[in-house]
Ligand binder design. Sequence first.
Ligand code: SF4
Length: 92
Amino acid sequence: MKTEPKSMCRKCLTTDMDERQYFENLHSYIANLDDDIKVRPLLYDERIAVCKGCNLLADGMCRACGCYVELRAAMRTKSCPYGRWKAEKTMS
Ligand code: SF4
């Protein structure tokens, strides 16, 4: 049996959402990333610690790349645009 992808509203702009709902959605999205995309928890914590000490972090966003650092740090293939943390090496 073929299953259809879950429908998802993609029409909301951040200006249309309240801040708490917006960040809950972001955190939920991060928590539900597929395991093959998501970085190991220890490495995530190391990346976040670097970002927390970085002068380019403002309101959860990296001023160098414009990403939410928690999302960027959660993804294996992402790296810091200034090389302060690297993409996770893959076994291929
Ligand atoms: S991703 Fe890099 S440049 Fe951006 S806030 Fe983190 S450490 Fe700083």
